[in-house]
Write a protein that binds this ligand. Structure first.
Ligand code: PLP
Length: 398
């Protein structure tokens, strides 16, 4: 008899984004033609930069001629791109070898696929509020979740706790949704903890490019000891506008060994079995991001979203609403005002000013009473939404 994967029965419905879509659609139907300001989802709005477009075009051109045509690409990534990414790390003072870099179709795919490397009986520690996929991917795999709470009392940056031990540890820094970012000292505590317990940290660096503060690590491999306990998952989605183009990269140091098994070797074996590589054209486009010109363009793209963050933070500041993040991350995490829950605040904003955000409870139980704003909308929508929010908060204060 066929037995379906039973762990799927333990998944909660992804009610968050479903509920948001239902509420927004119902509102749009009742109010046809009404402009909505979508500051909920974390999707980007700025187009790919000129050097990426030029490289993608070059890639297409290469595919049109027999002499430059590429068929299947190497499963772990094109050597030219692995070399450029490793060089990018080295330029930041992190010594990574080319074959410690793996190209991926994005961080989401990779965060799910990497779980192939761990037995089901390993537990996964998730710092919540968290990107929902960490919990769901592990529940699908049949794994037990150890929840570690982040809150205002620990600046949303909990430290290791001997009562909350797991073999797989997720750290997202800068964090989606809170925008909190681990400094060297705190990250070192996690690295030491993982090494002591033989755990592996899955370090999600999807938002590293948004770090503004000087001494904050962009990579966990800036911390001594990380090469024996961490895998770093990166993405060009938010850095360079690749949400629809799809490219990411993962660093698995050769020094990461458990029970005599090398995670780097295991991942090579996994990729060469389960993928046929990333499209040549996309890898060509991605390579432009690591050139000096590409880095300048990335900085310009990020500046657009940072300006949006400034615009929104000013509104919360003036209204006396407590907020977090926005500085080293493209998300602003606010404490819901007027004693509202996340969903009440959601409805309030939708009906009063047509601004759509995300209720904090969608990121874990301890997100209740908070609300996330994304800074990825267009500048004109962000400005207009900020004006409406400001007027609303002002009116309420009268
Ligand atoms: N990790 C975090 C923390 C994210 O917020 C996201 C996307 O929003 C991802 C990973 C997935 O990124 P990608 O588009 O590369 O799949």
């Amino acid at each position: 008899m066929l037995i379906p994967k039973r762990s799927y029965a333990g998944l909660k419905d992804s009610y968050l984004f479903y509920n948001i879509a239902q509420k927004v659609n119902a509102y749009a139907k009742e109010n046809p033609g009404c402009k909505l300001y979508r500051l909920g989802v974390g999707d980007v709005t700025q187009p790919l930069s000129p050097s990426v477009i030029a490289a993608l075009r070059e890639g297409v051109e290469d595919q049109s001629k027999a002499e430059t045509f590429h068929g299947y690409m190497p499963e772990c990534g094109a050597p030219f791109l692995r070399a450029e990414i490793a060089k990018f790390y080295r330029a930041r003072g992190v010594d990574i070898a080319d074959d410690e870099v793996f190209c991926s179709g994005g961080a989401s795919d990779e965060l799910g696929d990497l779980l192939d490397l761990f037995e089901t009986q390993n537990r996964a520690l998730v710092i919540e509020p968290a990107y929902p996929a960490y919990v769901d991917a592990n529940i699908m795999a049949g794994r037990e979740i150890v929840h570690l709470e982040a809150g205002e009392y620990n600046d949303f940056l909990p430290l290791p706790d001997e009562n909350k031990v797991a073999e797989i540890i997720y750290i997202c820094s800068p964090s989606n949704p809170t925008g909190a970012v681990y400094d060297r000292e705190k990250l070192k505590k996690w690295v030491d903890f993982a090494n002591e317990h033989g755990a592996v940290i899955l370090f999600d660096a999807a938002y590293e490019a948004f770090i503004e503060e000087k001494d904050v690590p962009h990579s966990i491999f800036e911390i001594d000891g990380a090469k024996t306990c961490a895998i770093e998952i990166c993405s060009l989605s938010k850095t360079a506008g690749f949400t629809g183009t799809r490219f990411g990269y993962t660093v698995i140091p050769k020094a990461l060994i458990r029970e005599g098994m090398s995670f780097n070797d295991m991942w090579v074996r996994n990729r060469t079995t389960k993928t046929n590589g990333i499209s040549y054209i996309i890898q060509k486009g991605a390579s432009a991001v690591f050139t000096p010109q590409g880095r300048e363009e990335v900085a310009r793209l990020i500046a657009v979203y940072k300006k949006n963050a400034q615009t929104l933070m000013k509104v919360f500041e003036e209204a006396g609403i407590k907020y977090f993040g926005g500085k080293n991350a493209p998300y602003i995490w606010i404490k819901c005002p007027y004693g509202m829950t996340g969903w009440e605040f959601f409805d309030y904003l939708l009906h009063k000013v047509q601004v759509v955000g995300t209720p904090g409870e969608g990121f874990g139980k301890c997100g209740e009473g908070y609300f996330r704003f994304s800074t990825f909308a267009s500048p004109s929508d962000t400005e207009a939404a900020a004006k409406k929010l400001s007027e609303l908060f002002c009116e309420r204060q009268k």
